[in-house]
Design a protein around this ligand. Structure first.
Ligand code: FES
Ligand SMILES: [Fe+2]
Length: 426
């Protein structure tokens, strides 16, 4: 449980709020590259309560501008993509990707003073199928060199999902390994489960989540956030152990479909206090992903990346299937199951009423880091994991592990071994 004031501090992210100031110190995903088609429309995005327009110009450059035209404020996302930029449909002013006014066609001589001001714009980078923007103050930090940005395109899959609740609920759901044994457990193995094997065993992750529903959780602090260990006792003298990570300030990495070969990322980007986008990234270090398999997750999405299962249709929960198919009755898609429980806590969870237990360790650790980050920003310091040093811009130590090992194994040594391997190959 935290106080009402702390809950507000961690969940309010609009301009001028302390947590909003923290989140603005990092590059944030704002769109998928696939949304910015050469002949497509500009994309209207709200990020941390600020309305933006994102577009790709004729030279394939991406621009992120304030959504409201600097002439008389209308919404530029209705604009025309032409003549090397984005043209407002109200009076035809034309902007380039940096917000420079190229034309004021309704003015004498095309606007003699048009260089005196410009449309507010924000630094952006298109990398690994995602557009990142920096809307904070000062010099933007380096874009972190995460492994998933740098594998060949066919070894990575990206998507996004709209959620109707505060970002922190998703953030905290992802760093809670116990819910895998409940919310995400299939009572009957799905076709996908039948094909999946955990390294070092003949079992699927789903079977092992069921083998021990009360894993031991441990956490350690790192230079990027929190490393989370979960250990389940399984048959004989074996354990199933996993590591996942909370990466400051709003994403997590965990073993997903690519398990030992890579990992999955859920990046929780506030739209406003009551909604967020979850950017999803799956990658393999070793091989091309099976695209039809990856696209199956999109079966749960509408074309605008909103979920088909919503609170309004009670997430299409199938009570009959809860007897022998799945614990939750919400199909086999983790993201749909997560949507039900995170949105189920309300637009903003009232954390003054929660009762944290020993398995919520990672959530406690992550909140402490966020509060510390808020304090750092307040006192003029860069918060944790704002990267400015080129030599420190390497993240092969974001170890994500899912494997079966002997009970006597030294888990921390296995993690260090894995990090060494990844650093050597990266
Ligand atoms: S409001 Fe955009 S050009 Fe006038
Ligand atoms: Fe989940």
């Amino acid at each position: 449980m935290i106080s009402r004031a702390e809950n507000e501090l961690l969940t309010q992210t609009g301009p001028g709020t302390p947590c909003g100031e923290l989140l603005r110190r990092y590059w944030q995903p704002v769109a998928l590259s696939e949304e910015l088609k050469a002949d497509g429309a500009p994309v209207a995005v709200t990020l941390l309560g600020e309305e933006l327009v994102i577009f790709r110009d004729e030279r394939s450059r991406v621009g992120v501008l304030d959504a409201h035209c600097c002439h008389r404020g209308t919404d530029l996302s209705y604009g025309r993509l032409e003549d090397g930029g984005l043209r407002c449909i109200y009076h035809g002013w034309l902007y380039d990707v940096n917000g420079k006014i190229l034309e004021q066609p309704g003015e004498p001589n095309g606007g003699a003073h048009r260089d005196a001001y410009c449309q507010p714009s924000f630094p952006c980078r298109e990398i690994g199928g995602i557009v990142l923007a920096y809307i904070g103050p000062g010099e933007p930090p380096l874009v972190p060199n995460y492994e998933f940005f740098h594998v060949p395109d066919d070894q990575r899959f990206v998507s996004k999902i709209h959620h109707s609740c505060n970002y922190l609920q998703s953030n905290e759901g992802n760093i809670d390994p116990v819910h895998l044994s409940f919310l995400h457990r299939n009572l009957e193995l799905s076709e996908t489960d039948k094909k999946r094997r955990v390294t070092g065993s003949e079992s699927s992750p789903n079977s092992l989540f069921g083998a021990d529903i009360a894993p031991r959780i441990d956490v350690e602090l790192t230079d990027f956030g929190v490393r989370i260990f979960s250990i389940r006792n399984i048959e004989g003298d074996k354990i199933y152990f996993r590591t996942s990570n909370f990466i400051m300030p709003n994403f997590s990495t965990f073993p997903g479909q690519t398990a030992a070969e890579g990992y999955s990322v859920n990046w929780h980007v506030p739209i406003d206090e009551h909604s967020h986008w979850k950017f999803v990234i799956v990658f393999s270090r070793q091989r091309a992903l099976e695209r039809p398999l990856m696209l199956r997750g999109r079966d749960e999405l509408q074309p605008d990346y909103h979920m088909i299962r919503t609170k309004a249709n009670r997430y299409l929960q199938d009570r009959a299937s809860m007897k022998d198919k799945s614990f939750s009755g919400i199909g086999y898609n983790f993201q749909a199951q997560d949507a039900c429980v995170i949105e189920g806590a309300g637009a903003i969870q009232d954390r003054t009423k929660e009762h944290l237990v020993s398995s919520d360790k990672a959530i406690v650790a992550a909140r402490k880091l966020l509060l510390k980050g808020i304090q750092d920003v307040k006192e003029g310091r860069d918060p944790l994991h704002v990267v400015r040093d080129l030599n420190a811009n390497k993240f092969s130590h974001i170890a994500v592990i899912s494997e079966v090992a002997p009970k006597a194994a030294d888990i921390r040594a296995i993690v260090q071994e894995k990090i060494k391997e990844q650093s050597a190959s990266g």
